[in-house]
Design a protein around this ligand. Structure first.
Ligand code: ADP
Ligand code: TYD
Length: 202
């Protein structure tokens, strides 16, 4: 059912667009079909991921370059320990955020998007990047009201508007854009259609 090299499908977009919700729904469908699925997320829970989470409440104290280095170190560890081995054994890997987030979020923070992309060449290219788009206010309301969370330093509305512009300007062959301002079920149907038209899926 899957190519020998596996498939890498990443969920990207601003906060509260429904990435984790849709990743979980897709994982359930694939598992029911007997496909070997590995789900993961970035920042990870590894040593660098934990350092990144520590920045959520006081982002101002770290330079943008140091912050980028942390995201890259976290991803290198993730690729070596989980992503590359899973792909090598033919699994379908689903990721909640990957290097498109680095381009968008660290790009919005003032770093050069092309340079960020160039520093991610160690990371396997996604077969499909589902890029979720919804108004920033909608995402923020979903986070604060539905999920009951408060906004961290990466989730301030004016910053997220800049992040969204970075996502809009991105032009990579793996990207498929999804209107995330609809019902969970409608979005899920779009996700299934895009995933099941990938070469190697049926
Ligand atoms: P993300 O991973 O993109 O930050 P989540 O999947 O965690 O977003 O969704 C944020 C909140 O919004 C959750 O409470 C979730 O149940 C809810 N949610 C997800 N998708 C939708 C949707 N299409 N419409 C309304 N609420 C949604
Ligand atoms: P998020 O998916 O919201 O994780 P959590 O559920 O732990 O809050 O990601 C955390 C934040 O990190 C999110 O606002 C986006 C940001 N981020 C970057 O700035 N650069 C990156 O490379 C990644 C992967 C995430």
């Amino acid at each position: 059912m899957t190519k020998a090299k596996g498939l890498l499908i990443v969920f990207e977009g601003t906060d509260g667009t429904g990435k984790s919700t849709q990743l979980n729904l897709l994982a359930q469908v694939l598992e029911k079909k007997g496909i070997d699925v590995v789900s993961s997320f970035e920042p990870t829970n590894g040593v660098y991921g934990q350092k990144i989470r520590a920045l959520y409440s006081n982002r101002k104290e770290t330079s943008r370059e140091d912050e980028l280095e942390l995201f890259l170190a976290d991803r290198k560890e993730h690729v070596e320990n989980l992503i590359a081995p899973a792909l090598a054994s033919g699994k379908v890997v689903l990721l909640d955020r990957y290097y498109l987030s680095t381009i968008a979020y660290q790009g919005a923070a003032g770093l050069d998007p092309a340079d960020i992309l160039a520093r991610n060449t160690f990371a396997p290219e996604p077969d499909l990047a589902l890029l979720f788009h919804a108004p920033i206010e909608t995402g923020v309301t979903r986070i604060t009201e539905n999920r009951g969370d408060t906004l961290n330093d990466f989730e301030k509305e004016d910053y997220l508007r800049k992040v969204q512009i970075q996502f809009e300007e991105m032009d990579l062959p793996c990207i498929k854009r999804i209107d995330a301002n609809r019902s969970i079920e409608k979005i899920h149907q779009d996700v299934l259609r895009l995933v099941f038209t990938l070469p190697g899926m049926k």
